[in-house]
Design a binder for this molecule. Structure first.
Ligand code: ADP
Ligand code: ZN
Ligand code: ZN
Length: 727
């Protein structure tokens, strides 16, 4: 008889915990949720196993079994164990991150289908004696032949009335009818790619679909997905940020009807419903952001990761997983194909192509036949900038607007100005809690720290010398917006950044206005780089790209190049050719020059070569250990201890198990502790240790030694495997 259940409890401890199953309680199936007491709290955990051989001798009783069957699919249980091992994260917290919030609170795992009632054509029913049913039928007919149950009830029709009319055969429950759009006729390039899937043996394959912006990658996803649906399978499409790509979701809906979505804009209840619909096989297509990669599916047949290079696929706190990498793991586990799509593939994916782990497919031309935009460098050395813009750039903007084009101005910095200082005494507005300058938000009359979120009113006079010499230095989107508004008063201008698009409605309204096509200017941050189509944009101007190429972060050039190419790709999608101007003080910067001359592919190849030469990812594997504490010395002290522990162990490993010649490849290199890129944030001092190893096994074996390391009071630390900013 089963007596003990091993439970993943959402607490920051590495192991799962054993609980006794009381006499009168059903035995929880593996994967079921249970309620347990843990350190004076009641928590919901997941049952991982029954009667383990090494069971704890005196387990406490569990309180309640919440599910009669496993809450998740079997592959997700395996995935949870894998995640805990790969990211060196507590198993209970891993499962907590994988489950929807509502499920973790103990909500029942049930969902109701959205109820839709349809007029049955050609059925004549005598309703002369049933005026309310007649009204109901008229209501449905007035709505074009179908109506949602909620709408019917809101209009005063009861469930009993609906049921009565349905019994007479005049209406029936069903799905919202939609006229589905036909697939496009594929270009020869697209056809080649889709055929490759059609003819490929079923089973796991990882495919990098490298297609220039506008080359029709989405159409390829749609058609490959159609094959999967036709066989009764489900498909998961991961996208960077749904809020920014309503067009993508709409396109899937037009083609296939019902599409479920999962993103942070949903309520907990909506998220749970989508999750359950996938698990129970009711959803056919799920489009979701990062955490949707943890959704259980009944018959998953395909995973697509769109814009696979995008940094938002990496979670930056707690369980620091990469949804793209987890997608690869899931596709492998489920033995299904995976498509990673991008115009600017990550160097990791290109490395995987190089080593033969991924297949590469290319779409080199735009599907519509539109020409690729031409990219030019605009040397602004020695020029006076007006609110961040040079005169030659302003002249070009004017010319494009006069010719009826639309203009996109890209700069990766929101607010009015990134620095506010006193010209008389040199005082600078800095954050009291971070090593950072404050950004001036002039419209809101605030100085804001973009790192800890603190805000101050803008002082009227210099706080140090009481003088009136305060000046805003540099330009952010707000400033460029203002300058262009006064320079081109008759042109409509839309700013898209995190300050202006807090509401989805406003963002969509802005995008709709641009879509109308009149002369307009779009000013924005990298939010603009993602997935939008602006067919009338003929000029893209990148205003401050230099910072990205000069940063000391080894990934910064890659990320900057991706951004520039993605933003450039917004230009000239229709019949008029697009031009891209990159305003720079560093026209001879080799990375920038290579990007402009050799395109992204040439840039990436070179960059990958230099990563290999210096032994940085993806040539070697990296983990970052970050520590933060109020005590300025504590993080260094803690990380030095860890370094000693790892160094001793790593040397032993190397000399004991490997012959001398292979020592190099199997060595773990440890750098630091060094200050974090921002050494102090929100009053915490931050240090980090960087681990590099040519072999994943060596890296993971070392990290495994840290499982039971406990941090001193007041110090927080974590392990970041495959970090995406490694400074
Ligand atoms: P990507 O995802 O690579 O940026 P999309 O699939 O969004 O490209 O396609 C870009 C544009 O080209 C869209 O407007 C789309 O409707 C159009 N398009 C894609 N494939 C075809 C095709 N085979 N024939 C005609 N137009 C196409
Ligand atoms: Zn002053
Ligand atoms: Zn701050």
């Amino acid at each position: 008889m089963v007596r003990i259940a091993r439970i993943a409890v959402p607490v920051p401890l590495p192991q799962a915990f054993d609980y006794a199953v009381p006499e009168d309680t059903p035995v929880p199936p593996v994967g079921a949720r249970v309620r347990v007491r843990f350190a004076h709290r009641t928590l919901v955990g997941l049952c991982l196993g029954l009667d383990p051989d090494d069971a704890f001798a005196e387990p406490k009783p569990l309180l309640e079994v919440l599910d009669a069957a496993s809450a998740v699919t079997e592959d997700l249980l395996g995935l949870g164990h894998w995640l805990a091992g790969y990211y060196h994260h507590p198993i209970g917290e891993v499962f907590a991150a994988m489950l929807p919030k509502a499920a973790l609170r103990g909500a029942p795992l049930s969902w109701r289908a959205v109820e839709v009632w349809l007029r049955v054509e050609g059925v004549a029913t005598d309703l002369s004696r049933a005026p309310r049913q007649r009204a109901l039928l008229a209501f449905i007919e007035g709505r074009g032949g179908w109506a949602g149950g909620a709408d019917l009830r809101a209009a005063g029709f009861s469930a009993a009335m609906i049921a009565a009319l349905a019994r007479k055969g005049a209406i029936r429950a069903g799905e919202r009818p939609i006229e589905l759009e036909k697939p496009l006729l594929l270009t020869a390039d697209q056809e080649r790619v889709v055929q490759a899937y059609r003819n490929a043996p079923r089973g796991f394959s990882a495919n990098l679909l490298e297609g220039v912006t506008g080359s029709g990658k989405t159409e390829v996803y749609l058609q490959v997905l159609g094959e999967v649906l036709a066989r009764g399978g489900q498909a998961l499409v991961l996208v960077p940020e749904i809020a920014l790509t309503p067009q993508t979701v709409a396109r899937f809906r037009r083609r296939y009807g019902a599409v479920d979505v999962l993103h942070s804009g949903l309520s907990d209840g909506e998220r749970l419903t989508a999750w359950l619909r996938c698990r129970d096989g009711a959803a056919r297509i799920l489009i979701g952001t990062r955490s949707a990669v943890f959704t259980p599916f009944k018959r998953l047949g395909l995973i697509v990761v769109d814009e696979e290079h995008d940094a938002s696929f990496k979670q930056q706190d707690r369980l620091r997983y990469s949804a793209r990498d987890v997608a690869v793991k899931r596709a492998k586990d489920l033995d299904i194909p995976l498509i990673l799509g991008s115009a600017t593939p990550s160097l990791e994916s290109l490395e995987n192509v190089r080593t033969g782990r991924y297949r590469r497919q290319r779409l080199a031309k735009r599907a519509t036949g539109a020409a690729m935009p031409r990219i030019h460098i605009l040397d602004i050395r020695g020029q006076r900038l007006l609110d961040g813009l040079s005169q030659p750039l302003l002249r070009r903007i004017k010319r494009h607007l006069e010719a009826g084009g639309q203009v996109l101005v890209f700069l990766n910095r929101r607010g009015y100005a990134p620095a506010y200082l006193c010209a008389a005494c040199g005082w600078q507005a800095v954050c009291g809690a971070c090593d950072a300058r404050l950004t001036l938000h002039r419209g809101r009359r605030r100085l804001a720290c973009h790192h800890c979120g603190t805000e101050w009113p803008v002082p009227a006079a210099c706080p140090a010398c009481d003088g009136a010499g305060l000046v805003a230095v540099g330009a952010g989107t707000e400033r460029v917006d203002e300058a262009l508004r006064s320079g081109f008063p008759d042109v409509s201008l839309i700013r898209i950044d995190r300050d202006t698009t807090r509401s989805q409605r406003r963002l969509e309204a802005g995008l709709a206005k641009i879509a109308q096509g009149g002369p307009s200017i779009l000013v924005g941050t990298q939010m603009l780089a993602k997935g939008h189509h602006f067919p009338n944009i003929t000029l893209v101007a990148a205003v401050n790209a230099d910072a990205g190429f000069l940063s000391a972060d080894f990934k910064a050039p890659e990320r900057t190049a991706q951004l520039l190419i993605q933003v450039a790709g917004r230009a000239g999608r229709a019949d008029r050719p697009g031009h891209v101007w990159i305003q720079t003080l560093q026209p001879d910067n080799p990375a920038l020059k290579r990007l402009v001359e050799a395109g992204y592919a040439g840039f990436a190849e070179h960059e990958l070569g230099s990563r290999h030469r210096v032994g940085l990812p993806p040539a070697r594997h990296m983990a970052l250990l970050r520590a933060a504490a109020a005590d300025p010395d504590a993080p260094s002290r803690f990380l030095k201890g860890i370094k000693t522990l790892l160094a001793g162990a790593a040397n032993l490993d190397a000399s004991a198990e490997f012959p001398r010649r292979r020592e190099q490849a199997h060595r773990l290199e440890i750098f630091g502790p060094a200050p974090a890129p921002m050494p102090r944030r929100a009053n915490l001092h931050r240090r980090q240790l960087m681990l590099l190893a040519a072999s994943r096994e060596v890296l993971h074996r070392s990290l495994n030694r840290l499982v039971r390391v406990s941090a001193p009071r007041g110090l927080r630390w974590d392990i970041d495997v495959d970090p995406i900013d490694a400074l």
